[in-house]
Write a protein that binds this ligand. Structure first.
Ligand code: FAD
Length: 366
């Protein structure tokens, strides 16, 4: 089977690129196909659905000044709302002592999508011609000039191949001829943003912490959760029985290292410890969630590699390294948040990467 452009990866950057191509190039008779390894689209964007509400297990926020994502949400008819930030911020010391009124909520001013970030992916995928989108298509090998081999053994030919996946995962694809040492090293040296992290989400009948004057924000030196936020659906009300569609939730970024999280029994152990911690900080009701989920991105082979087990301790300076400016004379290129011209690592970066790639391709192909 054959196409002009193959997009490998159906996260936000791959789908946004497909949207640009469908709008700008398809009418010129230029065909594209998108191949995604998992049985779902979205990549690092993934929302848990519960009682008609969505809870983000990957990215949850976007911020003022991120115009692309704001515009995309609006174009898809998705409503946003403010991250809940009223009430006292808590701090838990190394010894588990809890202090109140510790500064301001760190995510105050950020926005969430009412139906979760997953609604962005659903909206994008629904707008694209379904015959061009292929789930369960994990790329294993690419041979010059453009043969793509999938895990299933299936093969496609493409004139141009765009890798819309984390650079470290791109480095694991078998390329013939092999990429140069500089190109391979450049791919391996780009950390997958948040790839080593895990999120713990606990759903509750109501937002009891709000009733107690707490924002849901907490920092902890005791753990296992290092940073906690209110993750309630927009309709969750303090002290009231919520509407069926608006359960309340708290989530925390897990502070336990990705290496220590591996192994049998670790998830249950971490869940017990996280609920005990939430009870220390927010009160005994926190010990009785409706549901909990631990999403460990470091153990997800379509997001992270062993190199991502130790995450960078600050936001890396992302962008496309010089060694990757022209691979195979431009027939192979990258389009993922980590190589974006701006806001690399963020959702906005994924959209910036897609915009840049679409503009480059328009110049090349028309
Ligand atoms: C816990 C967490 C919290 C975050 N919080 C925020 C936030 O609040 N705000 C924000 O702006 N950003 C946040 N981010 C970052 C944000 O998720 C990413 O910037 C964005 O989702 C990247 O999208 P992408 O399409 O570029 O990459 P990805 O989402 O990684 O998509 C890559 C796709 O390629 C697929 N793939 C991989 N290998 C193959 C293969 N061999 N063959 C075919 N397909 C393959 C994957 O399955 C995936 O679907 C967070 C990330 C995480 C993990």
């Amino acid at each position: 089977m054959q196409t002009d452009i193959a997009i490998i990866g159906g996260g936000l950057s791959g789908l946004a690129l497909a949207r640009h191509l469908a709008r700008n190039l398809a009418r010129e008779g230029c065909d594209f196909q998108l191949f995604e390894a998992r049985s779902r689209f979205g990549g690092r964007i993934h929302s848990l659905q519960h009682d008609g509400a969505a809870f983000d297990l990957g990215p949850a926020w976007f911020w003022p000044g991120q115009h692309r994502i704001a515009a995309l949400a609006e174009a898809l008819g998705l409503e946003r709302f403010d991250q809940y930030a009223k009430g006292a911020v808590s701090y838990e010391s190394e010894t588990g002592e809890v202090f109140r009124n510790m500064g301001f909520a760190s995510m105050q001013g950020s926005w969430r999508l009412k139906r979760g970030m997953g609604s962005l992916i659903k909206g994008l995928a629904e707008q694209l011609p379904s015959e061009r989108l292929h789930l369960d298509h994990e790329v294993q090998a690419i041979t010059q000039p453009g043969e793509i081999r999938f895990r299933s053994g299936q093969r496609w030919q493409a004139r141009k191949i765009i890798l819309a996946l984390p650079p470290r995962l791109a480095a694991e694809i078998s390329f013939t001829p092999a990429l140069s040492r500089e190109q391979l090293r450049a791919l391996q040296n780009i950390p997958t943003w948040m790839g080593g992290h895990a999120k713990f989400v606990a759903l509750y009948k109501d937002a009891f912490w709000r009733e107690a004057g707490l924002s849901g924000d907490a920092m902890s030196r005791s753990g296992p959760l290092a940073e906690i936020h209110d993750a309630s659906a927009p309709g969750a009300l303090s002290g009231q029985k919520p509407e069926p569609a608006s359960p309340a939730a708290l989530f925390g970024f897990v502070g336990t290292s990705a290496v220590a999280r591996q192994g049998q029994g670790q998830e249950a152990k971490l869940t017990r410890a996280a609920l005990a911690q939430l009870s220390r900080i927010f009160g005994p009701q926190a010990a009785h969630p409706i549901k909990t989920v631990l999403q460990d991105w470091a153990q997800d082979r379509h997001t992270a590699t062993p190199r991502d087990l130790i995450p960078p301790n600050q936001h890396p300076a992302y962008g496309l390294p010089v060694a990757l400016h022209s691979i195979w004379g431009g027939r192979l290129s990258l389009c993922v948040s980590e190589v974006a011209p701006e806001m690399g690592g963020y959702l906005e970066g994924a959209l910036a990467a897609a915009e840049q790639t679409a503009a480059d391709m328009k110049k090349e192909l028309i």
